[in-house]
Design a protein around this ligand. Structure first.
Ligand code: AMP
Ligand code: GLY
Length: 426
């Protein structure tokens, strides 16, 4: 089997390493990959959003199956185009990927089908949005750009002035481009956050092990929002009672709602949940694996990933018995100093072996390049050092002890990944 993976980050490196466990897979291709991925797959310099380019490559290379991992190619219809070429895929079609592509769509879906989510209003005119915020007069309030914004389209405003600034920066200054022409203004919720990724073939939904992201750049959840500075799995706040409640009130209702809307979802559906005093609420849906949630979740997956992906595409997920390892996993992200704002790249990375790996851990590369048998930094999030252990403490210990030995100029990592989870376990 020849498999094509579309994407170029830590999530894609994780998926590729897991796919390599399947003995029927003889070759993995990647568009466009990174330094670490180039040690595990053949990389092609075709952008993940270049639908025509990717389809041409897939045809020319006779690939047997494609995995479309990032949000933007999914929302743009990569899976639809690959299907037209007769190539089976893992990932939703564009009409289902809209669950992430438009917050207005996902909020309206939840309202229509009684799926618990924060109260909200939608605005296309800045004056109307501000009028509403003034009248509502409750702070903090949350302002979200409708479309994709590289995970940055959410502003939590602490007072009226910041709310007005947020509305005007999105709707008038277009800081998120067209994504912010329409905004959702919603109620501020509180409680621990949980990420639950789920396999679904639109008939059956099989949640994966839960995880916890650490989105802020600095320790103790200080600093700016990032793509994610580290993760742990499982998430100790997500008890089996809460899991049952989520299945009944959120997971199945979402799958059924998408079917009723004529938008059956096949692939990995990501539920960003908040465990509020009133029960679990949906903060957001993503139409794909999370990054860096995938790094810890797939570390915990005992079953063969490709068998599950094929079963999803062929709508026979109900047959799959998905097994998980005991214990826990942790991922510590090494980032370029300055990320998520300005940072330099091109620094040599020390402490990796010839394949970009290190003892006792899996090093999932995100922003790296490879030249003359050396690895260099090439992005904000550089790599996710990931380990599994018999419990969270041992997973964290392994991940941190390896992470400390990998160095490059201006390296930055959070020192408190998993701290809150450990406290919750006490
Ligand atoms: P999102 O991009 O939708 O995941 O939002 C980014 C982050 O903003 C989430 O992980 C939450 O921490 C926070 N957030 C989003 N919506 C709300 C809300 N209604 N109440 C409180 N926090 C929120
Ligand atoms: N880690 C959050 C996301 O992938 O959207």
């Amino acid at each position: 089997m020849k498999i094509l993976v579309i994407g170029n980050g830590g999530r894609e490196h994780t998926i590729i390493k897991k796919l390599k466990e399947n003995k029927d897979i003889t070759e993995i291709l990647c568009c466009s990959g990174n330094g670490g991925i180039s040690r595990d797959a053949t990389c092609f310099p075709i952008k993940p959003t270049d639908i025509e380019g990717v389809c041409e490559l897939a045809k020319a290379q006779n690939v047997d199956f494609a995995v479309v991992a990032p949000d933007d190619p999914l929302v743009l219809g990569m899976v639809d185009s690959l299907h037209k070429e007769g190539i089976p895929c893992f990932g939703p079609s564009a009409n289902a990927a809209i669950i992430e592509g438009s917050k207005v769509f996902s909020k309206n879906l939840m309202k229509k089908y009684n799926i618990p989510t924060a109260k909200y209003e939608v605005f296309t005119e800045p004056e109307k949005a501000i009028e509403y915020i003034e009248k509502n007069n409750e702070f903090p309030i949350v302002i979200k750009a409708d479309g994709l914004a590289l995970g940055k389209g959410v502003i939590i405003a602490e007072d009226l002035k910041s709310a007005k600034d947020a509305v005007s920066s999105m709707m008038e200054d277009h800081i998120f481009g067209k994504s912010g022409s329409t905004v959702v203004v919603e109620e501020f919720l509180t409680g621990p956050e949980v990420s639950v990724l789920a396999f679904t073939d639109s008939k059956t939904v099989k949640p994966m092990i839960s995880s916890m992201d650490h989105k802020r750049a600095l320790d103790n959840d200080k600093g700016l929002n990032t793509g994610g500075m580290g993760t742990v799995a499982p998430n100790p706040y997500y008890t089996s009672d809460i899991a049952d409640e989520c299945m009944k009130k959120i997971f199945m209702p979402t799958i059924e709602a998408m079917n009723k809307e004529g938008r059956p979802f096949k692939g990995c559906l990501y539920f960003g949940l908040m465990l509020t005093p009133k029960g679990p609420y949906v903060i957001e849906y993503n139409c794909r694996f999370g990054d860096p949630e995938t790094q810890v979740v797939l570390q915990m997956l005992d079953s063969d990933l490709f068998e599950i992906m094929k079963a999803v595409e062929e709508e026979r997920l109900a047959e799959c018995d998905i097994k998980w390892h005991d214990g826990a996993a942790a991922c510590v992200v090494l980032a370029s100093g300055g990320y998520p704002q300005k940072y330099q790249t091109g620094y040599k990375i020390e402490g990796l072996d010839a394949n970009g790996q290190a003892d006792g851990v899996c090093v999932y590369h995100a922003g790296t390049s490879y030249k003359d048998e050396e690895f260099f930094t090439a992005g904000g999030r550089v790599m996710g050092v990931t380990a599994r252990g018999e419990n969270l403490e041992s997973a964290l210990k392994k991940a941190y002890s390896a992470a400390e030995k990998i160095t490059f100029e201006n390296v930055h990592m959070r020192r408190d990944i998993g701290k809150r989870a450990l406290e919750a376990l006490k």
